[in-house]
Design a protein around this ligand. Structure first.
Ligand code: SAM
Length: 350
């Protein structure tokens, strides 16, 4: 799956995937064309925030991100999708919004040839109010708790199957399914339409909307617990695993290849592994990439510290995902590295 030229960039590998360190614009050029089923990613919005938020900086950000979209287009299969999560921003010093997410969308579609399969909105009910000036102090804007998530595709017909992301029926719908005749009698409806019969098929769940609601409040995953135990800062801009999981289930089959271009703490790789998809995750910061191994390591602080320090210093480790006896996933280092945690040379064979 991984071209030999990319092997030196590996930080760790698991049964199904590889975490790479490097600039994804450069590394992607070495991946096989038409090989990736799904890209799901969240770029650094901080780039935009650190700058002045003016139109020039937004234009620079859009063209920077479009550079990734171009190389990603080559590696996507014709049936592939590119899902990109973009948080909103205000213009500097002004209570008006940046339009950069829409400029990104237009650039990807008009310049790079992506199709907008559907726009999604991720609502984070736990989002704190900001910016303080407009929301808290002057009280002239409401809390911004929704990110745009563009589902882009390389063709008009990306692989997709809604039946894999059905949500539980509402109580009202369950009653309708139990007794359609009683629930909707034609005479009850002014139109006279007997919608009861039409809607009374039990499809195993309800079709979800394009508004996704997941709180971003993970404070007790093994990744967070282990970061604390190691005295390390967890990645500051993680998305909740439900977000990539939604699209991995919806847009890929087991065995398909999922890619994250801005992988951070490798939420996407962990989700892909749990859902039996192959994955490649890339982050330009080797420290973030190394620390993300905590998502796959057992909660053994000394051992994890040792492995991560070696990864940060340039080593590559094979980690093997295993299932514990309860059926939930846990992971351990391979037998080889369990016997003697050993750094594989960065430029060694394999
Ligand atoms: C918003 S974070 C992604 C967080 C991730 N979704 C998670 O759940 O942990 C964006 C990441 O992009 C990385 N990044 C920025 N420029 C990059 C580049 N050129 N190539 C690869 N990664 C890059 C940053 O180091 C940062 O970790």
């Amino acid at each position: 799956m991984l071209p030999p030229s990319l092997k030196p960039t590996r930080v760790y590998s698991t049964a199904l995937g590889h975490q790479l360190a490097g600039d994804s614009r450069v590394l992607l050029q070495q991946l096989e064309p038409n090989s990736v089923d799904l890209i799901v990613t969240s770029p650094p919005f901080a780039l935009l925030r650190e700058k002045s938020y003016g139109n020039m900086d937004q234009a620079a950000y859009v063209s920077w991100l479009t550079g990734f979209g171009g190389v990603a287009h080559r590696v996507l299969k014709d049936s592939g999708s590119f899902v990109i999560d973009l948080g909103g921003a205000y213009q500097r010093g002004r209570p008006i919004r940046s339009l950069y997410q829409w400029r990104v969308l237009l650039a990807f579609c008009d310049t790079l040839g992506y199709r907008l399969a559907e726009e999604f909105y991720w609502h984070n009910p736990a989002k704190l109010p900001s910016p303080i000036e407009w929301v808290n102090k002057r009280k002239i804007r409401v809390k911004d708790s929704v990110n745009t998530v563009w589902w882009l595709a390389k063709s008009d017909w990306p692989k997709a199957d809604v039946t894999r992301i059905l949500t539980p029926y509402s109580e009202r719908m369950k009653k309708l399914l139990d007794d359609p005749e009683k629930f909707y009698r034609p005479k009850d409806r002014p139109s006279g339409h007997d919608i009861g019969k039409k809607f009374a098929n039990d499809n195993g769940g309800a079709i979800p909307p394009n508004l996704l609601s997941f709180p971003n409040t993970d404070s007790n995953s093994s990744y967070i617990r282990m970061c604390k135990a190691l005295g390390r800062e967890s990645h500051p801009a993680r998305f909740p695993s439900e977000l990539p999981a939604h699209f991995v289930k919806f847009l890929t089959d087991p065995g398909d290849l999922v890619l994250d271009l801005f992988s951070g703490s490798n939420t996407t790789g962990r989700v892909a592994e749990d859902l039996s998809r192959r994955w490649i995750s890339i982050d330009e910061r080797r420290d973030y990439a190394s620390l993300s191994a905590l998502r796959f390591l057992p909660e053994d602080t000394d051992r994890a510290r040792h492995l991560i320090e070696q990864m940060e210093a340039g080593a590559h480790f094979e980690l093997e995902a295993i299932r514990d006896s309860t059926g939930s996933r846990s992971s351990s280092a391979t037998k080889e590295s369990r016997r003697s945690p050993r750094a594989l040379p960065l430029f060694g064979a394999e």
